[in-house]
Design a protein around this ligand. Structure first.
Ligand code: NAD
Length: 316
């Protein structure tokens, strides 16, 4: 199956590495010609972690092409993973350009974080072919993909898209309703608001709050979601027992949750209280993060029955 990746920045490069590692033919498009070298480097740098995760084609560029022509990129593609900048006008212009040459059965899967499906559909004469498939950065490693279709989408297209990512070793979830930010980013946003609120109130420093998450709930969250964790906490009584026991405290904490504006005051607070690291240190932290993500995924893979290397038939 041929996959076109439109937009080859942070997310597009990572998708390219994953699709190639899984043995698909990939054509990447970006108006910036220098992205080709960056993708090739990215694929090479991600070979070891992807190989460790079981992707037998990791690092191979045999089935890779790059073009600065969007129309050429989608010709003959059965799947288009769109990762163009988060700009509605730009994405719409791109869709209008490619739709006339798309294979009639091909699907366009948008990585958008903040735009809604309804906004994207208006630029298609056949809106049933566009779905949202929002990854979590970096998509070549993080399993979550949030998939959304709506009443204009054929149910088969939603099912096919979910299976496509499953066969890639991802963990797709189906969103039943359009909402800006989807699920995971909204959860992150609410948590970050409370982090900033607590720090601005002087309860703890920003770096100590990071420590609290990394060494406390964050460790558990890679294994169980909050519903499962809280239902475990009350034994046989489950989630209802947990509400009986700790519900009143949660209710109080919810009603006292902070509201923070990302205004000049908050920006100045962050500048005074959080030490940014230079590019070299950032690179080192990202490498350490990705190394540990791979280790955790490898342990979890033992429970995961998906066999990598299974390829789906193209969408029908
Ligand atoms: N960065 C993240 O953490 C993240 C996570 C999940 C989803 N996303 C989504 O993925 C998409 C891409 O985000 P990103 O962070 O990779 O952005 P980015 O800025 O890193 O990359 C965008 C790329 O698109 C290219 N581009 C410019 N004009 C274009 C056009 N007309 N058509 C196609 N490509 C064009 C740019 O040259 C650039 O290489 C966005 O919709 C974003 O919401 C981002």
């Amino acid at each position: 199956m041929n996959i076109a990746v439109l937009g080859s920045g942070t997310i597009g490069q990572s998708w390219c590495a994953l699709f190639l590692a899984a043995g698909y033919q990939v054509t990447a498009f970006d108006p910036k010609a220098s992205r080709e070298t960056e993708i090739r480097e990215f694929v090479s740098n991600s070979e070891a972690p992807l190989r460790a995760l079981g992707y037998s084609h990791a690092g191979s560029l045999t089935d890779f092409c790059f073009t600065t022509d969007a129309v050429k990129a989608v010709e003959g593609a059965q799947v288009v993973q769109e990762s163009a900048p988060e700009n509605l006008a730009l994405k719409k212009q791109l869709y209008r350009l490619i739709e006339p040459v798309l294979d009639p059965k091909s699907l366009v899967l948008s990585s958008t974080s903040g735009l809604t499906l309804e906004m994207l559909q208006t630029s298609f004469s056949d809106p049933s072919r566009i779905l949202i498939a929002h990854p979590f950065n970096p998509p070549h490693l993080i399993p979550l993909v949030e998939v959304l279709g709506n009443e204009l989408t054929a149910p088969d297209h939603i099912r096919w898209t979910l299976s496509f990512y499953e066969c890639l070793g991802k963990v797709p979830i189906e969103l039943k309703k359009s909402i800006p930010g989807h699920v995971a980013n909204r959860l992150q946003a609410v948590l970050w608001q409370e982090v900033l609120h607590l720090a601005k109130e002087g309860v703890a420093s920003l770096s100590d709050i990071d420590k609290a998450i990394v060494n406390g709930p964050g460790l558990r969250w890679a294994i169980c979601g909050p519903n499962q964790l809280f239902s475990l906490a009350a034994g046989a009584e489950g989630l209802e027992g947990f509400i009986d026991h700790l519900g009143p405290s949660f209710q109080d904490w919810w009603s006292e949750a902070g509201h923070v504006e990302l205004d000049t005051d908050t920006r100045q607070f962050i500048k005074r209280n959080y030490l940014s690291v230079d590019e070299n240190e950032q690179r080192a932290i990202k490498a350490y993060r990705d190394h540990l993500i791979c280790k955790i995924l490898n342990e979890k893979k033992l429970e995961n029955s998906v066999l990598l290397g299974d390829h789906l038939d193209p969408p029908t």
